[in-house]
Design a protein around this ligand. Sequence first.
Ligand SMILES: Cc1cc2nc3c(=O)[nH]c(=O)nc-3n(C[C@H](O)[C@H](O)[C@H](O)COP(=O)(O)OP(=O)(O)OC[C@H]3O[C@@H](n4cnc5c(N)ncnc54)[C@H](O)[C@@H]3O)c2cc1C
Length: 301
Amino acid sequence: MTINQKFTKKFSNSITHNIKLSNYSWFNLGGPAEYLFKPKNKEELIEFLKENKKDNYKITIIGAGSNTLIRDNGVKGVVIKLGLGFSGIKLIKDDVIEAGSALLDRKLSDFAKNNGISNFEFLSCIPGSIGGAVIMNSGCYGYDISKVLISLKVIDINIAQEREIKREELEFYYRGTSLSENLIITSVKLRGRVDSKDKIEKLQNELIKKKKLSQPSQIKTCGSTFKNKIPGKQAWELIKEAGCDKFKEGDAIISQKHSNFFVNNGKAKSADIERLIYRVKEAVSKKIGIDLELEIKIIGE
Ligand SMILES: Cc1cc2nc3c(=O)[nH]c(=O)nc-3n(C[C@H](O)[C@H](O)[C@H](O)COP(=O)(O)OP(=O)(O)OC[C@H]3O[C@@H](n4cnc5c(N)ncnc54)[C@H](O)[C@@H]3O)c2cc1C
């Protein structure tokens, strides 16, 4: 029996076949998912993973797609996108928040502000989900998610069971973590600092303003393409220095406001963005001798 017959019977409202994924990436690009599974809740996700133990379909997780380039030929196997059932948020203590992994970062930031909890202001500048923020150790202006994380709940794709992992069990580094790729994050606990709502709002607005000044908006991009790993030199500076900021491939271009932001200018293919990435990487390596490391994730065929 194919996945289509077996799983669509059991998870009829949650699984679809051959679904275009371009709406699931901020590049607005990407071919179809062989299967797209949007579990309603944790129980349905666990049930699905138990069934899949026999069939062993390849599983790919996507969050808000703000850091992911999906290739033109789509993604084989099952793409899992957590939705509303994983977007809850509540206060555990005065300074501790529990949030579902599909919740958007800026919603968490607003919730923290409304409850007088500081240290989450930076999340209002990041367009992803909390799950994606943990995987990427996302941050800006000196803040990042590892600094506020207490623990996370995960479901192992192969075991189909939920467990809790404490912050101390994990390593976090610049835009990454030691967390295994077999784990689906379902929720997180985060600790902030009790503070006045006015002060929090002020800082939140300052950070948003700073971001708007330095980065383009209203464009089809996944933010920084390469990691900023060289002390004292940002990736955008290296790209400019190597004379790559005017490079283009088809309708894939580089933002003139921020040359580490690669953009689908309307009619690009994923392959154009990928070609542009490797052209820039090669040019920076040849001209400056620095090997740029990708920050964005590339998935699919
Ligand atoms: C305009 C713009 C500005 C940006 N600015 C910043 C910035 O200032 N700082 C910064 O750090 N980033 C920034 N980014 C990049 C991006 O927003 C972050 O990396 C974000 O945290 C990605 O979250 P996401 O949910 O969109 O992840 P996705 O792109 O969907 O996925 C990223 C990775 O996380 C994994 N993942 C997602 N959810 C889960 C889950 N529940 N369980 C397990 N794995 C999961 C995916 O498999 C993938 O490997 C920016 C992006 C854009 C478009």
